[in-house]
Design a protein around this ligand. Sequence first.
Ligand code: BGC
Length: 379
Amino acid sequence: MTQCLPTFASLVAAAAILFAACSPASHETPRRTRAPFGTVDGKEVFLYTLRNRSGMEARITNYGGIVVSLLVPDKAGTPGDVVLGYDSLSSYLKATPYFGAIVGRYGNRIGKARFTLDGKEYVLNANDGPNTLHGGARGFDKVVWEADETTPATEPSLSLSYLSRDGEEGYPGALRAAVVYTLTDSNELRIDYAATTDRPTVLNLTHHSYFNLAGAGSGDILSHELMLNADRFTPIDSGLITTGELRSVEGTPMDFRVPTAIGVRIGASDEQLRFGRGYDHNWVLNRTGAGLSLAARVFERTSGRAIEVWTTPGIQFYSGNFLDGTNVGKGGKAYAYRTGLCLETQHFPDSPNKPSFPSTVLRPGEKFASTTVYKFSTR
Ligand code: BGC
């Protein structure tokens, strides 16, 4: 009889086997899990899921640092996906208007795809007519980032890094870029950017989620109410290149200092709206000292969801004017005209050719750092 009873040692061994089987793999914690998402250039690509303790969940891939989905509770507590994107990696590889991606080296346009730095002209890869857009033909949105899975996930976070070689897309200097996504328990998606270079270069990193607070694929964003904390914006020419002027928003459809539905003035007869085909402009933020300041607020009435954007640099508000229904996204939903809005925190577009704009030059020995927080709430 006695040999049928398990010994203490065998119980300990069985418990150890059971624990090993139930506990997540070493790169995982309950707040950050990982699943295969495919391969690019022979490199493995993963889909990481970050979960906070307040009902939010972000799925992020190390291909392009793309936020694939972002579940946010509505006013009834029901989670909904508030960013446009695709279900599969192959769809991202086929065609994407930068859905959810990290954009670099230089967010937005550099006119005529060239700039001069320290007396030397650099010619970039033109991918938007004569201009370069969002880093060129293969910007940071189209490369595989290295995920550091050793970061202790006290908060659900994902650290990504990418080494951009000297001359990539025409930009000088080997640039090491790092991006950390953190989903905080106070329902913030925080993005910390850092970079260093071995030769003088220019840099403008941003994030390109298309938000729809009523839920991705549920209609246009024209009734979303927007507040932009800016007295001035940077006007553009017909090729969407900044002119160098900082213009007052007073008395124009660019004035979002008081929360206003995006659709109210988007069709106004206004040269800037005509050039942008809607809103596709950079606003000069009213700063309240160093550190993070409030850049924007968005509120969507039916869901009760709201976002606040806190950041260090400027902000580009793009009303999804180039979406035309050809991108069929998650759950087979086609993303029609103006069904997502982007709030891209960044330096002013074409700064390398606009000496009066704040500098975007990064030199060896310097460390670039910037932070953006998208804070979600309901009312
Ligand atoms: C730009 C638009 C551009 C879009 C690409 C935005 O950041 O401001 O002009 O068409 O990205 O999808």
